[in-house]
Write a protein that binds this ligand. Structure first.
Ligand code: SF4
Length: 341
């Protein structure tokens, strides 16, 4: 079959699979509210259903799968799903993004199950700031989780930091240096106005350029790392050779190369982080649709895909949060923690 491409010629390669909408943190940029509407339990895909849907995507050219949440390690028995996916050699890159709290207890099992790489969210090195930012006192467990990865045999670890002005933007250098000690590469993510970020304001965004300017003042000349990749991060090198990434989703979106789509824990497939509607795969799958019907559904949707969500947001004047709280309560699928960030 010819490679499946959308209206802008973008291939379908990268599938982010959310295994739960639950999270054990309440980060201000993602889950700032006190109450949330959760996906009904009976609608959450079983591991066998996820694996069967993954097979349809693999047939269509997907070769990168990332497990996300919510917090994926809240899903019971996750290493069993990892083992099922790792048994599919067409997945060249099988990764997971986690907040790290439960990582220390699961790292060895995840490695044994065949997980290739782990990305840990780490927004601060300061336990008090962590507690304010996440409304949970779990900073030490996150650091333990990161420390457990290398002994478990993981390499290629990444640490993702959402940079917010006057919150953690004074920690850029400290985080890079922590990453070096932890054998992990830090990636700074511009604060995004996605669903769930109801407290977002443009004034809190620290742009890629500003981050680079600040780091150059500290370290001297920073060189871009030249590479061809559809990864969202642009990578840079400090004079001592340390590398780090910046994901400039807010000020310099990379929609033109976007090969990513997202499957929620209840089987709704989203073609863009900013999409307001998804395609229900659970309904047809549970209704008896076979691989051919699911292939037709996915192929038709991807061929018609025009999404360039972050670019469209860039063109909006007087930019405000994407969805107001009422809209999020009516449809929890609009939440970033539901669709896997
Ligand atoms: S905004 Fe949408 S199209 Fe653009 S990079 Fe993100 S997911 Fe891809």
């Amino acid at each position: 079959m010819a490679a499946l491409a959308d209206v802008h010629g973008r291939r379908l390669r990268n599938l982010r699979v959310s295994v739960t909408d639950r999270c054990n943190l309440r980060c201000g940029y993602c889950m700032p509210e006190e109450e949330y509407v959760w996906l009904p339990r009976e609608e959450i895909l079983h591991f066998g259903e996820i694996a069967a849907l993954a097979d349809v995507f693999l047939d269509l050219g997907v070769d990168k799968v990332r497990l996300t949440g919510g917090e994926p390690l809240l899903r019971r028995d996750l290493p069993r799903l990892v083992a099922m996916l790792a048994a599919r050699p067409r997945i060249a890159d099988l990764a997971m993004t986690t907040n790290g709290i439960l990582l220390a207890e699961h790292a060895a099992a995840l490695k044994a199950a065949g997980l290739h790489r782990v990305t840990v969210s780490l927004d601060t090195l300061d336990p008090d700031r962590f507690a304010r930012l996440t409304r949970r006192p779990s900073h030490a467990q996150v650091l333990e989780g990161i420390a457990s990865l290398a002994p478990a045999g993981f390499t290629g670890t990444k640490l993702d930091t959402v940079v917010i002005r006057d919150v953690n933007d004074g920690e850029l250098a400290d985080l890079i240096e922590f990453g070096t000690r932890a054998a992990a590469e830090v990636r700074f993510i511009e604060y995004m106005d996605v669903g769930g970020a109801t407290r977002w304001s443009p004034a809190q965004v620290v742009s890629r350029q500003e981050m680079l300017d600040r780091l150059e003042r500290r370290y001297g000349r920073i060189e871009p790392v030249v590479e061809t990749s559809t990864a969202p991060a642009d990578r840079f090198r400090l004079p001592d050779g340390t590398t780090f990434g910046i994901i400039a989703s807010t000020t310099a979106p990379f929609c033109a190369d976007c090969d990513r789509s997202r499957l929620t824990a209840d089987g709704i497939w989203y073609l863009c982080l900013y999409a307001t509607r998804g395609i229900d795969l659970r309904g047809p799958f549970r209704g008896g649709a076979g691989p051919d019907e699911l292939t037709a559904l996915i192929t038709g949707a991807w061929r018609a895909r025009t999404d360039r969500g972050a670019e469209a947001r860039l063109a909006v004047g007087n930019r405000q949060p994407l969805v107001q709280i009422g809209g999020l309560k009516r449809d929890p699928h609009l939440e970033m923690h539901t669709r896997g960030g």
